[in-house]
Design a protein around this ligand. Structure first.
Ligand code: IMP
Length: 196
């Protein structure tokens, strides 16, 4: 029987991206599919701690194997901001457009537009926690392009491409993506630990 893991997120974009990497190898079920209706808090000052918080909340609730992920956009010229505040950069409403507007405004006049997405996955397997990281380096452009994806995708071009993430299909984004890299480590770990 395939291993079932609850994915501690309410973000359908993340679910679609991770399922496209995991395929049918493992059975990933979302919070909604598990019948859990909560907005998990992200109270900490690091991606690592927030990822741990999310998986541990769901583990305490369900006692089942589960994982979470926390991702931030880290912009060099902004000293790593928005980072852990990426979702709430322009306020509690978590509005993607307002976040992009604030980011572009804060970068006006800055020559260095280098940035990276960093994803932390926290897995709880048989009551033990394991962390996996994926990084994608690139740059922030001045005008939005594309309407696929989510979050900061319309203003981020990964190194090695001339398209923004929002101009790519999920499969194209996977070639470069932070989330794909972290997810592959998760899959590798599950396989090495005899989980099928
Ligand atoms: P969280 O991991 O749910 O806290 O999400 C952090 C925020 O980062 C999201 O609300 C998005 O704005 C942004 N974000 C996370 N992953 C991506 C991505 O792959 N592309 C673009 N933006 C992302």
């Amino acid at each position: 029987m395939r291993t079932t893991l609850i994915f501690a997120t309410n973000n359908q974009h993340k679910v679609d991206e991770m399922r496209s990497v995991i395929g049918n190898e493992f059975n990933i079920i979302t919070l909604r599919e598990a019948g859990i209706d909560i907005d998990i808090p992200e109270p900490h000052d690091s991606l690592e701690k927030n990822a741990s918080e999310k998986s541990s909340v769901i583990h305490q609730l369900t006692k089942q194997n589960c994982f979470s992920e926390d991702t931030g956009l880290e912009v060099i010229a902004l000293n790593g901001e928005p980072g852990v505040m990426s979702a709430r950069y322009a306020g509690k409403t978590k509005d993607f457009q307002k976040n992009i507007d604030k980011l572009l405004a804060n970068l006006v006049g800055k020559d260095d537009r280098h940035a990276q997405f960093r994803t932390l996955i926290s897995l709880i397997l048989d009551n033990k926690e394991y962390l996996f990281e994926g990084i994608c380096e690139g740059k922030i452009i001045t005008d939005q392009k594309g309407n696929k994806g989510f979050g900061y995708d319309p203003v981020f071009i990964p190194n090695g491409s001339n398209k923004t993430f929002a101009e790519m299909t999920i499969e194209e984004k996977n070639v470069f993506s932070h989330r794909r890299k972290a997810t592959e480590q998760l899959i590798q770990f599950l396989k090495e630990n005899g989980t099928h």
